[in-house]
Design a protein around this ligand. Structure first.
Ligand code: DOR
Ligand code: ZN
Length: 336
């Protein structure tokens, strides 16, 4: 039986700019109906003009594919209500990075003092602009996300009308926080549903599995898998597909990021099937939950997958994908 997915959405995607954008954007635009585009370029996306220019570059790179790039701004505590009102129609969310926590986040936030953030976060609440957060502290790498949970809780308590999306969650602590606050939501990547730290560094070091946040323990992966498979209404798929050139991964000082965009739908289909999960749950995880949380009306796209092996290419124009060289159980057959 072929599997049909409707209007898949990737609610956390890195497309980069320049030559890399041209290489990777068509891959997502082909099989997804839309994606939330991360703003961590050099320099970051911080003005209305930046958003418009970047959106135009993306649209140019994807040619005639039907795909909506849902744009984001790089969070600054200096954004005024007037500025946010002026940019409201151009963006879907604002992404907050703690300073220096990951790729191109040097201009991020260095403290979470509620009063310093109040003007911007109250304006975002009033304008219904969701705040997406890379939730890691500067602590020990395995504890960074769990240590950030109290910051999520503080923000969720002080700004109860603000939708806060915990991006790419990797721990059971983040999963537990979801149900404690009405206004906390989360994205989950494909790779964090599949791997633990053992896969990254338990044997020979696997640079293509190195990312931020780092993959955690088996019990964390189990907690993520549970809410993804049951299509918990507050979780959505966000690949965090983060392309880096092969040379920037296979070297000392390996860049953080796993490139999953071209294999995400095939692998998710296989994962849900393996766990005997109804297809309707995958449909919610891959699109409907995001539509409800973000109030999106995506472009109609039907992706039909058949159970035929798909051997993942070694690289896509010099970018090595997750599962490169292995055979996946599902292949994309038709896209309508
Ligand atoms: O592994 C990651 N790569 N995590 C991030 O948060 C950013 C991303 C990137 O931009 O390469
Ligand atoms: Zn990311």
């Amino acid at each position: 039986m072929p599997t049909s997915l409707h209007s898949p959405l990737d609610m956390h995607l890195h497309l980069r700019d320049g030559d890399m954008l041209k290489r990777v954007a068509p891959l997502s635009a082909h099989s997804f109906s839309g994606a939330l585009i991360m703003p961590n370029l050099v320099p970051p996306i911080e003005t209305k003009e930046d958003v418009q220019n970047y959106k135009n570059q993306i649209l140019e790179a994807i040619g005639d594919e039907d795909f909506i790039p849902y744009m984001t701004l790089f969070f600054k505590p200096t954004y005024s209500r007037e500025f946010l009102e002026s940019v409201r129609d151009e963006i879907t969310a604002i992404k907050l990075y703690p300073a220096g926590i990951t790729t191109n986040s040097e201009g991020g936030l260095s403290g979470f003092d509620v009063e310093e953030l109040r003007t911007t976060l109250e304006a975002m609440s009033d304008l219904d602009i969701p705040l997406c957060i890379h939730g890691e502290t500067g602590g020990f790498v395995m504890d960074r996300e769990a240590e950030f949970v109290p910051i999520y809780e503080k923000l969720a308590t002080h700004f109860p009308r603000l939708k806060i999306i915990m991006e790419h969650i990797t721990t059971k602590e983040s999963v537990a926080a979801l149900d404690r606050f009405d206004n906390l939501y989360a994205t989950i990547t494909l790779h964090h549903l599949l791997i633990t730290l053992d896969d990254v560094a338990g044997g020979m070091l696997q640079p293509h599995l190195f990312c931020k946040p780092i993959a955690k323990r088996p019990e964390d992966r189990e907690a993520l898998l549970k809410v993804a498979l049951e299509a918990h209404p507050k979780v959505m798929f966000g690949s965090d597909s983060a392309p880096h050139p092969k040379e920037a991964k296979e070297c000392p000082g390996c860049a953080a990021g796993v490139f999953t965009a071209p294999i995400a739908l095939q692998t998710l289909t296989e994962l849900f099937e393996k766990n005997a999960t109804p297809l309707k749950n995958l449909q919610k995880f891959i699109s409907e939950n995001a539509q409800d949380i973000y109030r999106l009306k995506p472009l109609q796209k039907e992706v039909i997958l058949t159970k035929e092996p798909f051997v993942v290419p070694d690289n896509y124009e010099g970018v090595v994908p997750f599962s490169s060289g292995t055979a996946l159980a599902y292949n994309i057959h038709t896209i309508i």
